[in-house]
Design a protein around this ligand. Sequence first.
Ligand code: NDP
Length: 273
Amino acid sequence: MHINLRNAADKSGQGRAHQVMVSTVMGTFSGKVVVVTGAGRGIGAEMARSFAAQGAKVAVISRSESSCGAAADQINAEFPDSAKAYAVDVADYAAVQDLGKQVIADLGAVNVLVNNAGITRDGLLMRMKDEDWSDVLDTNLKGAFNTVKAFMRSMMKAEDPRIINISSVIGLIGNAGQSNYAASKAGLIGFTKSVARELAGRAVTCNAIAPGFITTDMTDELNEETKNAILEKIPLKTFGTTADITALTLFLAGKESRYITGQVIASDGGMTM
Ligand code: NDP
């Protein structure tokens, strides 16, 4: 819903009326600013939409302009003026620091940062190229360092500040053919715990989520045989959905989770119990 406020006097003081659009989507995150990386598709897109549905202003970040632009347009069609798109490579330290300044200037101090951007470059070690290793580590792990550096000062002054890092069960148990990805996601867990300890004094919480197999573009790349083999290892005998990870993220971002920090919470159908 929108309301139009009629302002009696403009900056010139000549009494010319103009209209100010005020978003009045009410919800748990009303008045909050949320940054979601990797929000152009998959899990991140669903998170961004759900935060907006709950009243937040959301910075929708992805690598390509078309992806974050389309995701933000879709959110704004449902919840007007709630999403702003930013195309940036999270692995690029300087670009992410500039992004930080821009987001804060556009939307205000950040309350919630979700580090969700991630890639895979799978292959057995024997065949893994140098750039397969560094691309994955730079995006999945250094990307989180870059964004925390960009937003932490602003978050220390914000209400209920929360950092949520999207790791993976692969970071907990490893996987043949994913040594780069496993290292990045395990690294993200160590990073999460250290950030949680460093920022606890400023009431910033930092937690990690370890999703199991979630149906998205990332997992659609796998063939049926591999998918069936994975299903065998899931006690609940079903793949997870973007909604499962989004629900947990919104819980960790909300007031109810204020006493939880430095934790890794798996949402994996029982895979790692
Ligand atoms: P998708 O491949 O569907 O989407 C990934 C998103 O990340 C895209 O929007 C992409 O941007 C963005 N992205 C990738 N690299 C960069 C970069 N360098 N800079 C900025 N944005 C980038 O992934 P999922 O939704 O499946 O996964 C989201 C997160 O969840 C990842 O961290 C993944 O590792 C993790 N995860 C996923 C699981 C699954 O089963 N799907 C399981 C466990 C963890 P663009 O759209 O522009 O390409």
